[in-house]
Design a protein around this ligand. Structure first.
Ligand code: ADP
Ligand code: MG
Length: 249
């Protein structure tokens, strides 16, 4: 299945994306005419106050939800106009997900959790890639365990390996360090950054943590359904003070 994928210079593109949930007027929409381009190989963080539209942005960009208007491209494929079944196929083949709560299957071993997306897509694992992934992510020796036998950080690393196993065009992470203590969170972020640097993996990460966002190449700050600012390599302090100002306004 990997052979048919063509990489484009832009991994994700949103053009004029508006999302109004039922009962929301255009003016109060969760997303309002958002334009965003994520170059292949980039690590983008999305921050902003609660309710600013971060999760909605991630869900629309990842094809988990559809915009009210505007278009979403993953590589050269427009997913916003696709029917649900086709969008699900594209998601399986091109998109990886990491969640705050890991979402591993408790009854499966680490190895079976990691290869689950491939089995769902009816594909065989690329043994060489799987081996490189497992050793880079530091899961050697843990493959036979079940999630309950792992620490939080180890579970999130297994979830990262699962997200990467199909060599997705892009990995979307929603608060991936939200459930981890500071030290473990820093380790997982280091790892995420290394996957970007070593494998050229494109990553879009929603976070409320300025220190986490500071590990990305670029950070967009959401406010009231819009991208209020786009910053290249901001420091954690810089982001924290901008967020504090937004939360007070
Ligand atoms: P964030 O992730 O930044 O906290 P969300 O994207 O979850 O923000 O929400 C943006 C806005 O859309 C909020 O006003 C929220 O209440 C609203 N919203 C989110 N999901 C739904 C939904 N399923 N139905 C109705 N309104 C929603
Ligand atoms: Mg959210």
């Amino acid at each position: 299945m990997n052979g048919v994928k063509t990489r484009t210079a832009t991994a994700v593109r949103l053009s004029g994306v508006t999302k109004a949930y039922r009962g929301q007027s255009e003016e109060a929409a969760a997303l309002r005419a958002v334009d965003l381009e994520v170059p292949a190989g980039a690590f983008l963080a999305v921050v902003g106050p609660s309710g600013s539209g971060k999760s909605t942005l991630l869900h629309c960009a990842a094809g988990l939800d559809v915009p009210t208007s505007g278009t979403v491209h993953i590589g050269d494929l427009e997913i916003s106009g696709m029917k649900e079944t086709r969008r699900t196929m594209v998601r399986r083949e091109r998109i990886g997900f990491v969640f705050q709560a890991y979402n591993l299957v408790p009854s499966l071993t680490v190895a079976d959790n990691i290869t689950l997306p491939l089995r769902l897509a009816g594909a065989a694992p690329d043994r060489e890639w799987l081996g490189a992934l497992v050793s880079n992510i530091g899961l050697d020796g843990l493959l036979g365990r079940r999630p309950a036998e792992l620490s939080g950080g180890q579970q999130q690393r297994a979830a990262l390996a699962r997200a990467l196993v199909s060599r997705p065009d892009v990995v979307f992470a929603d608060e991936p360090t939200g459930a981890l203590d500071l030290h473990t969170a820093a380790e997982v972020l280091d790892l995420l950054r290394r996957l970007v640097d070593v494998f050229g993996q494109t990553v879009v990460m929603v976070t409320h943590d300025p220190a986490a966002a500071a590990r990305a190449h670029r950070t967009v700050i959401m406010a009231d359904g819009r991208i209020a600012e786009s910053l290249t390599s901001p420091t954690a302090q810089e982001l924290a003070s901008r967020l504090t100002r937004l939360e007070q306004s």
